[in-house]
Design a protein around this ligand. Structure first.
Ligand SMILES: Cc1cc2nc3c(=O)[nH]c(=O)nc-3n(C[C@H](O)[C@H](O)[C@H](O)COP(=O)(O)OP(=O)(O)OC[C@H]3O[C@@H](n4cnc5c(N)ncnc54)[C@H](O)[C@@H]3O)c2cc1C
Length: 401
């Protein structure tokens, strides 16, 4: 019998959170704040860096702009959660252990898996050799150095999704002497309503970004990219922003994953194959009434909070509630002084209302700056982080049969 049981105490429940990104941090702070006074739940957070990566600001980092240094261990101070700095190399759900940097082993009773996603550099030959990415702050800093050294020339941004658009705009604004081209399959702002999309495209034009849509990059060379029709486009610097890929650790661990390697969850965000594992953020395939959620910060943070609340409910012998989330906006910065905010229906389809110009830029900045103060508030008032739109009829999943 353990000393705890002999003393009539409940045994300690070890919760291990992998990844301190937007979702993992939300889970860690929410859980630590809720169990602080209980003493029977130990929270440990593992992350590759001590510094919190504000991914939403990586296009700023990539253009040499200063962003705040946000320390994960400092934020966790006083919460009771332990921080482990290291790289997760394996998850063993049968033994309930996780390996860090190969040689360290951490045991858990409940795992929260929030290792995020990165741009899919394997999708096109040559990207891994010659392309820059915004996968981490370090990658963004390497690109910033290269752009600062480039006296003249062409920067090609591959991928006309939101990361590509924001990056192209930021590079064009911060480095007006460089030619910037944005290449992708879809038109920039394709998911927006026609007026918002037109504004976005005119803003890119004003910044001097040459947009080419309907093109497929098939190969990246040291100084050019090749398109599907055989055309070669000069690229002194090539930034790849397209597609996402998740860590192979979940699949290697035998967890049920979707075709993109994301952990398939039940309605309560638990792995369908291993219910003692919760999956949050970009690393999770979470089905809602409108389909599987796509990776965003706005949806990722609620998943972390929900997992934390569910873990507390389980400790109290209650059933976890189903997770429901409806999108509400797509804010896009177009340099530091311009932007477009497309308000959306819960399934992420565009509504008629949108903002443009300075007010949209200020809105986007508020959104980008909001996670850190939100975590800070949650330390003392966990409920303050537990509000988000549930999506109404859009997220009601009908039971099969
Ligand atoms: C340039 C860029 C701009 C974006 N802009 C927006 C935006 O404007 N709005 C929006 O909603 N979304 C945006 N996104 C998407 C958003 O950043 C992601 O959806 C969000 O970061 C997902 O949160 P997460 O916690 O799942 O993953 P992340 O925030 O990526 O966190 C994962 C964490 O896990 C760590 N990690 C990964 N593997 C390991 C390992 N093996 N061992 C240890 N640690 C590990 C990482 O270092 C990281 O700290 C953007 C993404 C990028 C790249």
């Amino acid at each position: 019998m353990s000393a705890q049981r002999e003393a009539g105490m409940a045994p300690t429940h070890r919760v291990l959170i992998l990844g301190a990104g937007y979702a993992g941090m939300a889970a860690a702070i929410q859980l630590a704040a809720r169990v602080k006074r209980r003493g029977d739940v130990h929270v440990t957070v593992v992350n590759a860096q001590e510094r919190f990566t504000e991914r939403l600001r990586l296009p700023m980092t990539a253009t040499g702009q200063q962003v705040a240094e946000l320390s994960i261990p400092k934020l966790l101070e006083g919460t009771g959660a332990r921080f482990v700095h290291g790289w997760v190399t394996a998850v063993d759900p049968a033994a309930k252990i996780v390996r860090i940097d190969d040689e360290r082993v951490l045991h858990y009773d409940t795992l929260v898996y929030g290792l995020g996603s990165v741009a899919d550099t394997a999708a096109v030959p040559g990207v891994e050799d010659y392309g820059y990415t915004l996968n981490s702050a370090q990658d963004a800093e390497v690109l910033a150095d290269q752009l600062a050294r480039l006296g003249s020339g062409t920067v090609v941004v591959g991928g006309s999704g939101l990361t590509g658009i924001e990056s192209a705009a930021e590079i064009a604004e911060q480095h007006p002497h460089l030619n910037v081209a944005l290449l992708g399959r879809q038109e920039p702002g394709a998911a927006m309503n026609p007026k918002a999309k037109a504004y976005l495209q005119s803003a890119l034009k004003r910044l001097g970004v040459q947009v080419r849509s309907g093109v497929e990059i098939v190969k990246v060379l040291p100084d050019a990219v090749e398109l599907a029709d055989g055309e070669s486009v000069v690229a002194d610097v090539f930034l790849w922003t397209s597609g996402t890929r998740v860590s192979p650790l979940a699949a290697a661990a035998g967890l049920t994953v979707d075709e993109r390697g994301r952990i398939v969850t039940d309605a309560a965000l638990r792995s369908v194959s291993h219910p003692q594992v919760y999956a949050v953020g970009d690393a999770a395939a979470i089905r809602q009434g409108y389909g599987v959620m796509h990776g965003t910060c706005q949806g990722g943070m609620p998943t972390g909070v929900h997992a934390a609340v569910s873990i507390v409910r389980a400790q109290e012998g209650k059933q976890p509630k189903p997770f429901r989330f409806g999108y509400y906006h797509t804010p896009v910065s177009l340099g530091r002084h311009d932007g477009v905010v497309q308000f959306t229906h819960p399934d992420d389809s565009p509504r008629r209302i949108y903002l443009t110009g300075r007010i949209a830029a200020r809105y986007k900045e508020k959104v980008t700056a909001s996670p850190w103060p939100t975590y800070g508030r949650m330390k003392t008032m966990p409920a303050s982080g537990a509000f988000w739109p549930h999506g109404g009829r859009f997220t009601r999943v009908r039971e099969a049969g």
